[in-house]
Each structure stands twice: as C-alpha cells, then as structure tokens.
Design a protein around this ligand. Structure first.
Ligand SMILES: [Zn+2]
Ligand SMILES: [Zn+2]
Length: 218
C-alpha cells in the first residue's frame, strides 16, 4: 500500500501569489514583509526560510502542523484579499516557491521563499502611490509602511519603491499599481467631482444671464 503522495520534481521553482505588509527596520536600514495571517508575528526577508509559527521543533512545512509560507496559485485570488479594510495597505507579492512544498487546490504551503516582485496598490485617496510611508503600527523593531501619494504622505517619512527594493536586497522589484478610480484616460474620482462643481457654477451663471437677457427682451 502506498502511504505517500507522488512527489513533484519541477525544473523551475513554482510561482505563487500572496499579500503582505511592507515593513522597515527601526533604523530604516532593512526592508521586509509582514504576513497577514499565521505569519503576522515576525517579518520575513526577500529570501527567507519558514519557521514553525508555534515554536515547535520540526521542519516546516509539516503535515502535522499548519505552519510554513503560504501562497495562492492565482494572482487574482491574492489581489482580492486587499479589498478588506485591514489589508488595504498590503502589497501583492509574486514569489518563487523554493524547497519542500505541499500543494493544495488553491495554493501551496512551503519551506523557503524568494519574493520576486511586490506591487503597491493605490494610496488610500485612490491616486497612484509614489512611495511607502509609516502606517502607524508595526512589530517590535519593525515599522509597517503603506503605499501613499505625495499629497497624503504629509510630514511622514516616505521611502521610494526603488529604495525599499534596495533595502530588501536579493533582486526584489517594487512596482506601483495604477490609480484605483481612473474614469477615462487619467481621470480620478476627485478630479471629476471638481470638474462637476465647476460645470454647475458655469451653468448657474449661464442661466442667470439668460434670465437677465429675457427680462430685457420683454
Ligand atoms: Zn509548525
Ligand atoms: Zn493620497
């Protein structure tokens, strides 16, 4: 009787997708990622090994435990996770799955990971983000940073995407997703609201002029 599942021997590391918060070490010299579920305690580096989240002395992943890195097979599935309020500031990661892994229908649980690209979503104001600024929370020794536009960054210390990638090392690339509410080429929701107010003001003026001319005609 066969007790083990067939082992896969891929020629290339499998690709997976997940979300994580970007974090900077307290002195700002190192960049890392903070997971959003089980791995939300300790940040992990661009290239890192999984450790048991419960502190058990076994190799991760283990069939007897749910620890290890986790990812989904589909990019859209991971992107959907950023819709929830607490994950709005999280980045979408494309990772290379290294070492031993356990494959599931929707994703994988595995031993070692390289983050290839991190894509920052729009700023909370829906404009395209240009950097990462202190999100106001973190872990001992680590500050979480979130995507911001120059207008919303304010006095907060902001690190550019290239600079975050450099501090992360190991070939990390950080990209920016386009603005969230683009309606037509390059038009954001606040821009359209401003234009609607302007049109309304012009229409009010036009109607008062018409009424004035109408009175003169009579
Ligand atoms: Zn474990
Ligand atoms: Zn903004």
């Amino acid at each position: 009787m066969r007790l083990r599942l067939p082992e896969e021997r891929p020629t290339e590391p499998p690709t997976g997708y997940k979300i994580a918060h970007a974090a900077l070490s307290q002195d700002g010299s190192r960049a890392a990622f903070l997971g959003v579920s089980l791995g939300a305690v300790l940040p992990y580096g661009v290239l890192d090994d999984a450790h048991c989240a419960y502190g058990r002395r076994h190799r991760s992943p283990s069939r007897l435990c749910d620890c290890g890195f986790h990812c989904l097979h589909e990019r859209a599935g991971a992107a959907a996770l950023t819709c929830t309020a607490e994950h709005r500031g999280a980045l979408l990661l494309e990772v290379a799955v290294l070492g031993r892994y356990i494959r599931f229908e929707l994703g994988m649980r595995y031993a070692r990971q390289r983050v290839r690209t991190a894509t920052a979503g729009p700023c909370r104001c829906r404009r395209r983000a240009t950097g990462l600024a202190d999100a106001g929370w973190g872990r001992p020794g680590w500050r979480v940073v979130e995507p911001v536009c120059p207008g919303c960054a304010g006095p907060r210390v902001t690190v550019g995407f290239d600079e975050f990638a450099r501090r992360g090392g190991d070939g990390l690339k950080v990209l920016a997703a386009p603005a969230a509410d683009s309606v037509g080429p390059g038009r954001t929701f606040p821009e359209l609201v401003a234009e609607a107010a302007l049109l309304q003001a012009r229409l009010d003026w036009f109607q008062s002029e018409l009424a004035r001319l109408g009175d003169q005609e009579r």
